[in-house]
Design a binder for this molecule. Structure first.
Ligand code: NAD
Ligand code: GLY
Length: 358
């Protein structure tokens, strides 16, 4: 088992990564320090992995809350259902919540933990690649508002993250590729050597080779932990984690969040950010080509979905929440391994980039 620390003073915590660590009794005993435990999961993950967790909480006063499966349930309504369950079962401030699932379960459970009686402990047990390399780490918790994704939330760190690589064996292929987009992101934004490694090893990774998976999750978490330790609340530097997200959100919104997964949109968005950087003359064509071929190997789209028109993307980008005082800030690239946040780009070149991906 590997251990990575997220260094945040009194909120420092560990991420444990390994094959079948969900069977490790000692690990659970160390963290289940309350008699009152609520496991939050969803209807797809529960039949697969809930029983493994239940073995560790058998003696305790534990409850489960099973969400329906899907992004649309990351809502205030289901957040309220979790809170109601805690109140109904008379759970006190010392209770512990366990989030067992992908980013949807993790984000909602984390937000419930942040709010219940002004904050209770929670443990992230991420079961998608995206959640293991990204959403379970760094303390962004949220639910969606009917008019916008992640509009209601809090920065609230977990007590620990347990990432068991064996649970990824049941993940559908598209979901796995969506997670790879976030993995590739770390190579592009701050870890050029990791990008080189991915170019060499992507085929074994796509086959879900255990050693490669464990390495990739570890390296991704180290990168994310470094960024979060420097800028927990995204005052500045943390924004580099949003590479490709402004383009990606614009595409997802234009598709009403139906046809592409978030990671697929981020993958295409990262290539668009690289393309705009190249048009600005700060990024090499050869590096753009390297990113494109890695995305293709990871089975990610490198063109905008055919149902999306230019105007929709352009307008959606302008209303992106990262638009500060009317100025749209974008994460752009200088090299593979070096990203930065800027508002200095020409609108004409941005339009050219969008056009060239249609
Ligand atoms: P998800 O939680 O919807 O999971 C994807 C699908 O895989 C779902 O159908 C789920 O039930 C299923 N699933 C989960 N684990 C499985 C397993 N082991 N085997 C088989 N099926 C499994 O989606 P996601 O991609 O994990 O997360 C997306 C969410 O994460 C979005 O809401 C996004 O906003 C959020 N997010 C948050 C952060 C953050 O920093 N908090 C970062 C990135 C994304
Ligand atoms: N997923 C972006 C962040 O955690 O900041």
């Amino acid at each position: 088992m590997k251990t990575i620390k997220v260094n945040l003073k009194d909120r420092t915590y560990s991420i444990y990564i390994g094959n079948s660590i969900l069977s490790d009794t000692n690990l659970f005993e160390r963290y289940l320090t309350s008699k009152q435990i609520l496991i939050v999961t969803n209807e797809k993950v529960a039949p697969l992995y809930l029983s493994i967790i239940e073995k560790h909480v058998g003696e305790l006063d534990y409850e489960t809350y099973i969400l329906p499966d899907g992004e649309s349930f990351k809502s205030l309504e289901y957040f309220n259902n979790v809170i109601s369950k805690l109140i109904e079962k008379k759970f006190s401030r010392t209770c512990i919540l366990i989030a067992l699932g992908g980013g949807v379960v993790g984000d909602l459970t984390g937000f419930a933990a942040a709010c219940y009686q002004r904050g209770v402990k929670f443990i992230q047990i991420p079961t998608t690649l995206l959640a293991q390399v990204d959403s379970s780490v760094g303390g962004k918790t949220a639910v969606n508002h009917t008019s916008g994704k992640n509009m209601i939330g809090a920065f609230y760190q977990p007590s620990a993250v347990f990432s068991d690589t064996s649970v990824l064996s049941t993940l559908p292929e598209r979901e796995f590729s969506a997670g790879l987009a976030e993995v590739i992101k770390y190579g592009i934004i701050k870890d050029g050597k990791f990008f080189d490694w991915l170019e060499e090893n992507l085929s074994s990774l796509v086959m879900r080779d255990e050693k490669s998976l464990s390495y990739v999750i570890e390296r991704s978490c180290i990168n994310k932990a470094e960024v979060v330790a420097e800028d927990e609340k995204e005052i500045g530097y943390r924004a580099i984690l949003n590479l490709g997200h402004t383009f990606g959100h614009a595409i997802e919104t234009a598709l009403s969040y139906k046809k592409w997964l978030h990671g697929e949109a981020v993958g295409c968005g990262m290539l668009m950010a690289a393309d705009l950087s190249r048009r600005l003359g700060i990024f090499e064509q050869s590096d753009l080509d390297r990113i494109k071929s890695l995305l293709i190997k990871a089975n990610l789209p490198v063109k905008i979905h055919k149902d999306v028109q230019f105007e929709k993307i352009y307008e959606n980008m302008k209303i992106d929440k990262k638009s500060k005082e009317g100025i749209l800030h974008l994460v752009l690239l200088k090299n593979i391994g070096e990203a930065f946040l800027t508002s200095e780009y020409s609108d004409e070149l941005l339009k050219e980039t969008i056009e060239s991906f249609l």
